[in-house]
Ligand binder design. Structure first.
Ligand code: GLV
Ligand code: GLV
Length: 293
């Protein structure tokens, strides 16, 4: 018999077809041998319990696995896999997009034009800042952080990578742009809080394409209102899809709706990594290359 796989949300056609070639897709996690989960699904002990003891693999359609209780999965001998590498470029590009939009006031300018405000070209109008020459502090020296550093360097910026063990507080004082690329965990929740925001230069901006809760969003909104820092570019939110009300009226904030990996090719490649993980565990009895340990 073919293994039973539950997919928590619709996936691209190519991925759906690949899944159906090898597995029977079932409408509920209950009784499934494998699960493809999105980051919007909380896979905790109760979820795993409800799925049942036959469950052997959860393939998370994301690189971040903060929605999964890894300890509970380990106890139940359920393999967890994620989708690294294939979304690195797309996510780093989005971080650069937010930086440039913010520095060159593209979001603000777009809203201005759409409101049909009167304007004409003039020399002092809506002046921004160059990315070239800026010191970009990359918090998190993993795949996405390093790729973001590479792209920033290509724009003439000076990237500084901050990994575990580096003195974040002193690096924050020097940065013109702070870009977050750490996974969300107990050690990184509210990594950027009111105290650390005050360490940043008043001219500095914060970019977050990682997970919303890495930043204390209320504290960030307050800091932006008070001019503690100069702006923010956010793709992720602490209470996603809710966005802190106080961020909405601010000119110096660019907001995107969790689009880091949102290109078709990237999403297909992510899905194929999920299929690969299910195949490894359910059909070949081996640990997938993208297993999370
Ligand atoms: C997206 O946010 C991911 O973690 O893949
Ligand atoms: C600006 O539009 C320029 O041509 O310099």
């Amino acid at each position: 018999v073919r293994p039973r796989v539950h997919v928590s949300e619709p996936v691209p056609r190519e991925v759906d077809e690949a899944l159906r070639r090898e597995f029977d897709l079932v409408g509920t996690p209950q009784g499934a041998d494998g699960i493809v989960s999105m980051l919007t699904v909380t896979v905790d002990d109760a979820y795993l319990e409800a799925a049942g003891p036959q469950l052997r693999v959860v393939a998370n359609y994301a690189v971040g696995v903060n929605n999964i209780d890894l300890a509970a999965a380990r106890r139940r001998e359920v393999v967890v896999a994620n989708t690294p590498d294939v979304l690195t470029g797309a996510t780093a590009e989005l971080a650069l997009t937010l930086m440039l939009s913010l520095l060159r006031r593209v979001g603000e300018g777009d809203r201005f034009v759409r409101r049909r405000e009167p304007w004409r070209f003039s020399l002092e109008f809506m002046l921004g800042r160059r990315l070239a020459g800026a010191t970009v502090l990359i918090v998190g020296a993993g795949r996405i952080g390093r790729e973001t550093a590479r792209l920033a360097e290509a724009f003439g910026a000076r990237p500084v990578l901050a990994g575990r063990g580096d003195d974040l507080d002193s690096l924050l004082r020097e940065a013109d742009i702070v870009s977050l690329h750490v996974p969300l965990g107990d050690d990184t929740r509210h990594l950027v809080d009111a105290r650390r925001l005050r360490l940043m230069k008043p001219t500095a901006v914060l970019i977050n394409t990682s997970r919303g809760a890495v930043v204390d969003e209320e504290a960030l909104a307050a800091a932006l209102h008070e001019g503690v820092i100069a702006g923010a570019g956010l793709d992720v939110y602490e209470h996603e899809p809710e966005v802190c009300e106080k961020l909405l009226p601010l000119k110096n904030v660019v907001l995107s709706p969790h689009l880091g990996s949102a290109t078709r090719d990237t999403r297909i490649a992510m899905g194929m990594l999920c299929v690969e993980a299910l195949r490894a565990v359910l059909l070949e009895g081996r640990t997938p290359a993208n297993a999370v340990t």
